[in-house]
Each structure stands twice: as structure tokens, then as C-alpha cells.
Design a protein around this ligand. Structure first.
Ligand code: PLP
Length: 434
């Protein structure tokens, strides 16, 4: 895979260079120069393939020049260790459950795969890197779990003390080994500033191979395309031949961009729904052709509180670049907190199924699409996180206690191990050098 920068001001790079750089020097985004369609035979047999088999075939198509079939197999075997099953919710609505990984959110797919490919290249060149990440909650858990025990990589995660949920904190602080958690007596912005400053510090750069695990890394997007194919395969396996509409709860639009990559590889899709909360610059753009990012607004689906989505340009290019093309393939809908809660309560009352707030926004996006579009199609709502990750909100909305999966309950019992630091750079630097 050869990648160019969307800013067009820096040169093309290999896949390996793109994943270790994360961002091009001109601050654009890396995009594949070409995305080939999957062979017809793949779609003919797709209903017989497992998720890892689909992942291998897609990787072969995208990365066949970068990695040998055996290397691809080993990367997939070590990273795609959980399922993405479809749940048959009600007639015409299936839920694609993306929360069966270690941090119980879809970001596990990206983090695990990125860890596996990075580790592959590091072992090949006998190099080591130290990853620094600042997290406000969700991303850190996926990165911590994804990179845990990965050869060649140590991870330092900074999080704001007292400002992440119990579950999130335990996901960051109970692993140990190559994952260190720093509890900063400050805000998320302080954490981010410390990380940025470390990347600019000559002494630290001389001492370590510092790297980031940025959410816009192309290695996080690729594995997120696998489960769109897997959902299609599961529908075909059920004998369902209807056209498919994917509803994607969106914030930075990485997940939706990955769906569009699958579309570019030939996956038949009737439409993608950009399901947003009260942060809706993309639905506004899809309706008007005018893109106006804005400051973010806090909502109960907080992993989608993004006013200026970092993957917007990628989404636009992958959906056809011109507004008319983008808007004919991607339909945008917004759902506010009141409606989100109503949907969570209503779905639970009718079906017994519990949705996290993000998933409920996706469900409501599909309902809005259905109200405007008749016809025979199947809607697939991407469930981006397990409801138990948002326990206080979910229990308040449903007005009752809800079951917590054993895995999360066990996690809450583990002892937290973190190092507490202030917000001054010198203290942080001394910690890293020690
Ligand atoms: C990150 C996240 C999203 C948003 O995904 P994007 O790829 O940023 O659009 C939605 N739901 C959950 C639970 C998330 O963690």
C-alpha cells in the first residue's frame, strides 16, 4: 500500500512509514493511493468465511505488497481474537455487536491490529518503541489492552485524575507489565500538553523511540473495514439477500470511513448513515453542502462529542469527493440526549435489549432513515460499545439495575496500579528518564 497525504504537500510513503509516522509532516491524513476491489470469488463465498478469514482476504488485497501471506495470517491470528456477531433485534433491524473485545468497544479492533502490525515491523528490525498517549477515557483502555504484552512496545498512558469512570480507570491501571498508567493531577488538556511537549524534547527523543497511537493512524482504519464484510457475510448466511444500510454512530468518523473503504473494495451497500448526537457538523454538511466545524457539546454519548471530526476529509474522499456524490451515499441524522434516552428506554421495553447511548444514537439514525426511505432493505446498526461501560447513565435511563458482564465485574475488583504526577513537564520528564 502506498499512501499520499491529503494536504498533497509531502511525499508518498510506504505502509510501514505511514503507521510509525501516524500523521504526514504537512498535517494532512494518509490515504491509500488506490483501493482495489475484492475479487468476485470472495463475494461468492463470503457466507462461508469466518471473521479472521475475511480479515486475511481483505489484508491480502490491501497489504499484499507489504506483508507475506504468512505474516498477514500471523497478524490476524494474534489480533482478531474476538467476534463481531449480528444480533437480530426486530424485523429489518440487526445490531452488529462490536464490543466483544478486551475493552468492550469497537476501538479494540483498531488498537489490537495496530499493535500487531507495529510489533511485526519492530521485531523484524529489532527496534523498540515507547508509545505515549493521553486519554480522556475510552481510547486509553483500547490502547492499553491492545498493546499489552506486545513485544518491542512499551506504553505510557496519561489520564486526568478523578476524571475518568471507574471502569475506564481500571482498564488503564490494572495491566502492569509493559503498560504504565500515569495519573495526572490535572485535566485531559494537561495530559495532552505533557505528551506533546515530550515529543518535542531533544533529550527524550535522543533516549527513546517515541511514537503515538493516534486514532487517525491508517492501521486503525483497516481492521475496522473487516466487520462490515463480516456483517454482510452473516446476512447472506441467514439467506438474507436484501440491500444493506449501515448506521454508524459517529464522532471522528474513523468507523464510517472504514465502512467506505469496504464499499470501495466492492461491498454492496445501499447507504451509510452518519448517526450523530448534538455534535452534527457532518449531517449539516450532507444536507447543505457547507461544512462548518464547531466547538464540541457535551452529551451522554460522550465518545461522539466531536465538533471537528479528524477523519472528515477521509470520509469525503472515500465517498466520492464531490458533495453530490457524498450526500447520495451517506445520509446524516442527529439525535439529542432526550431522544437518545427515549430510544434506550423504548428498545428495552419492547425487546429487552440494552443499548449503550452511542448505539441508541445509531438506532435512531436508522429510524429517521426508515421514515424517509421505504423499500425492502435491512438496517445494520453498529453497536460501538457494551452498555455496561456506561452503567450510571444506562441504569438511570432504564430506572433499574442491569447485569454487568463477569469480565467487567472482575476488572472492578482488581487493584489499581498508577503513578501520580503533577502537571509540570520536568516531573514527567524525570519519570520517563528514570
Ligand atoms: C470512538 C467511539 C465512537 C465514534 O467513532 P468514530 O470512529 O470516532 O466516529 C462511537 N462510539 C463509541 C462507543 C466510541 O468509543
Amino acid at each position: 500500500m502506498i499512501l499520499y497525504s491529503t494536504q498533497q504537500k509531502s511525499s508518498d510513503v510506504s505502509f510501514e512509514e505511514a503507521i510509525f509516522r501516524g500523521l504526514p509532516p504537512d498535517n494532512g491524513l494518509y490515504m491509500p493511493t488506490e483501493i482495489q476491489r475484492m475479487p468476485a470469488a470472495f463475494f461468492e463465498q463470503i457466507h462461508t468465511l469466518t471473521l479472521p478469514e475475511i480479515a486475511e482476504a481483505v489484508c491480502q488485497n490491501l497489504l499484499g505488497h507489504d506483508l507475506s501471506p504468512a505474516e498477514i495470517k500471523s497478524i490476524i491470528t494474534s489480533s482478531m481474537t474476538f467476534e463481531a456477531p449480528l444480533f437480530d433485534l426486530e424485523p429489518g433491524v440487526q445490531v452488529l455487536e462490536l464490543f466483544h473485545g478486551p475493552s468492550m468497544a469497537f476501538k479494540d479492533f483498531g488498537a489490537r491490529f495496530m499493535a500487531a502490525v507495529m510489533s511485526h515491523y519492530l521485531q523484524k528490525h529489532q527496534r523498540e518503541i515507547r508509545i505515549l498517549v493521553a486519554t480522556s477515557g475510552d481510547t486509553g483502555g483500547a490502547v492499553a489492552q491492545g498493546f499489552f504484552q506486545t513485544p518491542g512496545i512499551s506504553v505510557t498512558i496519561l489520564y486526568p485524575s478523578g476524571k475518568v469512570s471507574d471502569i475506564q480507570e481500571k482498564q488503564l491501571t490494572t495491566l502492569g507489565g509493559n503498560v504504565q498508567a500515569l495519573e495526572i493531577d490535572g485535566t485531559f488538556d494537561d495530559c495532552q500538553r505533557l505528551v506533546k511537549q515530550a515529543f518535542l524534547d531533544e533529550e527524550l527523543r535522543g533516549q527513546f523511540n517515541l511514537a503515538s497511537a493516534n486514532s487517525i493512524n491508517i492501521a486503525r482504519l483497516i481492521p475496522q473495514s473487516f466487520y462490515y464484510f463480516a456483517a454482510y457475510a452473516a446476512l447472506r448466511k441467514q439467506g438474507n439477500q436484501k440491500p444493506v444500510v449501515f448506521s454508524v454512530p459517529s464522532g471522528n468518523f474513523g468507523n464510517l470511513s472504514a465502512g467506505l473503504m469496504a464499499y470501495q473494495m466492492g461491498l454492496p451497500v445501499q447507504a451509510f448513515i452518519a448517526a450523530c448526537n448534538e455534535n452534527h457538523p457532518v449531517p449539516d454538511y450532507l444536507a447543505s453542502g457547507i461544512y462548518e466545524p464547531s466547538p464540541s457539546v457535551e452529551t451522554i454519548s460522550n465518545a461522539m462529542d466531536v465538533g471537528s471530526p479528524s477523519n472528515f476529509v477521509r470520509m469525503q474522499i472515500l465517498a466520492g469527493a464531490e458533495w453530490s456524490k457524498v450526500a447520495s451515499l451517506v445520509k446524516g441524522y442527529a439525535t439529542d440526549d432526550d431522544k437518545t434516552k427515549e430510544v434506550m428506554a423504548d428498545v428495552f421495553a419492547r425487546t429487552g435489549y440494552i443499548m449503550c447511548p452511542h448505539t441508541a444514537v445509531g438506532y435512531d439514525g436508522l429510524m429517521q432513515y426508515q421514515a424517509e426511505n421505504s423499500g425492502d432493505y435491512v438496517g445494520v446498526v453498529l453497536s460501538t460499545a457494551h452498555y455496561a461501560k456506561f452503567l450510571p447513565t444506562v441504569e438511570a435511563v432504564l430506572g433499574q439495575r442491569v447485569p454487568v458482564p463477569q469480565r467487567l465485574a472482575d476488572l472492578l475488583d482488581l487493584q489499581k496500579k498508577s503513578v501520580r504526577l503533577g502537571t509540570d513537564f520536568e516531573g514527567f520528564k524525570a519519570y520517563l528518564l528514570a
